[in-house]
Design a binder for this molecule. Structure first.
Ligand SMILES: Cc1cc2nc3c(=O)[nH]c(=O)nc-3n(C[C@H](O)[C@H](O)[C@H](O)COP(=O)(O)OP(=O)(O)OC[C@H]3O[C@@H](n4cnc5c(N)ncnc54)[C@H](O)[C@@H]3O)c2cc1C
Length: 413
């Protein structure tokens, strides 16, 4: 039988959610369209979140955080994203960028950097992707070479979210090109390190108020104290552990995006009149709204389960994290698309914020692993698990497969 996990919201987690809602109403709803147009970051909202201690929610208490976990993070990100999906990702990337230190850092690294993140004094970014290495993270070309006690990092990263705002950038570089399993190491780069620079701010379809950049590491020199975990070759493992814990955050961003689009569409449907009645009275509009609500609620439940499982260090968080990311982000795109349909021609214009939800939603299916990649991860795990379903041997015996000419099922994926 599959193990079941309780989802219990602590008082503290619910209080963070409430606080996020307050900040969203005060700073995000009134400003999100302006920031989107100007491509400017909502510093007011970020400062309010920092002042409230919200950047320490996923950080352990001994390193200055409140230790309210991935579930605490997901609850806040949903509230922010409901008001402004772009701010939701800008906030969540602080978790993405600091998680490699949390999952793999030495005590000294955690003690030096995590309190700064928790206090909102240092913003974070996560630099894995490159121009020619996106889904295939094993194909990185940024190099880390060691001479004496000094590492030199050389190369360029693509699409570093928060890159131009971040003070701490966790950067993944090839340190042993000959090795298959220990090729990559992760480094902590500070924005003031000589050789680090921003090459270009990307011009994007959505999440326009968040800076996404090409980042350059032109001979950045660091010591072993910046090598995450203090040993080379652990970077790929740390990146995968990080993504398992960060994907519930993207999924929560998707739930918030869907919930915000649904609320706008429902409100619009009760105001807009055609044929002498509000469009909310038409059954086809009602069916769309009902489907949007069901999908959003299902995604929310899956995200909460996934976040609780991550906090309880459940085995195989990888599969549920991929499911939550894939399902919730597909829902966000579907719900935002249908919300535009409810708005009719006005949905296609920038008069109302609904077009922004539509534009902001699409990236959710692409970053932190495309949804094709998530489906691969889910399927691989299912196939591995199938080899353990011994009790089904009587239902689908090997002879049956052989008699149909099929290969026996293996877990070789
Ligand atoms: C706005 C934005 C912000 C981002 N932020 C960050 C960040 O902060 N840090 C960071 O490191 N990266 C970031 N990224 C990078 C992002 O994670 C990658 O874009 C993503 O992983 C996909 O890589 P790619 O764009 O190179 O697409 P590709 O890997 O080239 O994929 C192209 C298409 O092929 C499909 N595909 C690829 N391989 C397979 C396969 N084996 N089977 C089936 N289909 C496949 C993909 O699903 C996709 O549809 C960001 C990207 C964007 C656009």
């Amino acid at each position: 039988m599959n193990p079941l996990y309780n989802v219990n919201f602590s008082e503290a987690q619910l209080a963070w959610r409430e606080k996020a809602h307050e900040i969203a109403v005060k700073y995000l709803l009134p400003q999100s369209m302006q920031h989107d147009k100007a491509e400017s970051f909502n510093e007011d909202a970020f400062q309010a979140a920092a002042d409230a201690g919200m950047l320490g929610v996923w950080i352990p208490k001994e390193y200055g955080g409140s230790d309210d976990g991935i579930l605490g993070l997901a609850l806040m990100v949903e509230e922010f994203s409901k008001a402004d999906p772009a701010f939701g990702v800008a906030f969540a990337v602080n978790a993405l960028g600091s998680l490699p230190i949390i999952v793999g850092g030495t005590h000294e690294q955690k003690a030096k950097y995590l309190p700064l993140v928790a206090q909102g004094k240092a913003a974070c970014a996560f630099a894995l992707s490159e121009k020619f290495a996106g889904s295939d993270a094993g194909g990185l070309s940024v190099r880390g070479t060691k001479e004496g006690d000094t590492w030199t990092i050389c190369g360029e990263k693509k699409w570093t979210t928060n890159g131009s705002r971040a003070n701490i950038i966790t950067c993944f570089a090839v340190t042993d090109p000959e090795s298959r399993s220990r090729r990559i190491s992760a480094f902590i780069i500070e924005d003031t390190d000589p050789g680090f620079s921003i090459k270009k701010l990307e011009d994007k379809m959505g999440i326009r108020s968040v800076p996404v950049c090409e980042t350059v590491f032109d001979g950045v020199k660091v010591g072993d104290d910046r090598l995450i975990g203090g040993k080379p070759g652990l970077g790929f493992k740390h990146s995968m552990m990080t993504l398992d814990l960060a994907r519930p955050g993207v999924a929560a961003q998707a739930v918030g995006t869907a919930a915000g689009a649904l609320e706008l569409a429902t409100t619009y449907a009760t105001r807009r009149k055609q044929f002498g009645q509000t469009i909310a009275g038409f059954q086809m509009i009602q069916a769309m709204l009902a489907d949007m609500a069901q999908q959003t609620e299902a995604a929310r439940t899956l995200v909460h389960t996934c976040a609780a499982m991550a906090d309880q260090r459940a085995p195989n968080v990888t599969k549920i994290a991929a499911m939550a990311k894939c399902f919730a982000t597909d829902v966000a795109v579907k719900v935002a698309t249908d919300a535009v349909q409810v708005f009719g021609g006005y949905g296609f214009m920038e008069d109302y914020p609904i077009a922004k939800y539509y534009r902001d939603s699409k990236i959710l299916q692409i970053y932190e692993g495309t949804n094709q990649v998530q489906r691969m991860v889910i399927a691989r795990n299912l196939i591995k698990e199938a080899s353990r379903h011994d009790y089904l041997n009587s239902v689908i015996p090997t002879e049956t497969q052989e008699s149909y000419g099929a290969e026996p099922v293996t877990a070789n994926v």
